[in-house]
Design a protein around this ligand. Structure first.
Ligand code: PRP
Length: 210
């Protein structure tokens, strides 16, 4: 029986998070990262991993299907789920930004902004006192200004390569983003020992003291 179920985001954060767990002393099987299985049991550590879409990780944790999870701050800001954010893992660092084609100037009527993060984008422009229409997309956001779907986008910028290669420029930075360890409220109480131990061990990896 697994003591702890961990929801992990499929994709690039997964490998970094697995690496951190290994550095924290968890012994995870070698081919772990290459598997296409969505549920992976690691009986020797009493751990079960479930692999979800990054945006869905807080949902699994909020509902208690997973005890803990790894979620980007971008996802936390977009989803606003009732979970405890217990540790900044400082991995997958990037930032959320507004971008547009060069020469973009404010002032158009009914300005449109495309984003995979409609809630976050809505809040940002409201705080700025600007009324915009948000167009929700699921990926390849950089297409929107080029194709005339929206004048601006709100999206993650990591290396900046996607913006550069598609001829877009960053207008303003909204938020620094890193991945966080999140915990279900009930699990935090009921499995305090095993979760506390994990937070402590990962905390040492973050600080570089292991
Ligand atoms: C993300 C993001 C940008 C890109 C930024 O997309 O939405 O498009 O990465 O990275 P860069 O600054 O290093 O180029 P992702 O690859 O997750 O795919 P998506 O377009 O489907 O969201």
């Amino acid at each position: 029986m697994s003591e702890l179920t961990i929801a992990m985001p499929k994709g690039r954060i997964f490998e970094e998070a697995v690496q951190m767990l290994r550095l924290a002393g968890y012994s995870l099987p070698n081919a772990f990262e290459e598997s296409r299985k969505l549920i992976v049991e690691v009986p020797e550590e009493s751990l079960r991993f479930i692999l979800a879409k990054p945006m869905d990780v807080p949902t699994y944790v909020e509902h208690g299907v997973a005890d803990v999870g790894v979620a980007g701050k971008d996802v936390m800001l977009e989803e606003k789920r009732e979970v405890h954010e217990v540790l900044d893992l400082k991995i997958s660092a990037c930032h959320m930004a507004v971008a547009a084609l060069p020469g973009y100037e404010k002032g158009e009527l009914n300005p449109k902004v495309a984003s995979k993060y409609p809630n976050l984008a809505t809040r940002f422009f409201k705080e700025q006192g600007e009324q915009v229409e948000i167009i929700k997309l699921n990926g390849s956001i950089e297409l929107a200004p080029i194709m005339g779907l929206a004048e601006r986008i709100v999206d993650i910028v990591s290396t900046g390569q996607t913006l550069r290669e598609n001829g877009l420029v960053e207008l303003e930075q909204i938020e620094e983003i890193t991945s966080r360890l999140i915990v279900n409220s009930a699990s935090y109480r009921l499995k305090a020992d095993v979760i506390g131990n994990m937070v402590e061990r990962l905390g040492k990896v973050v600080k570089g003291t292991v």
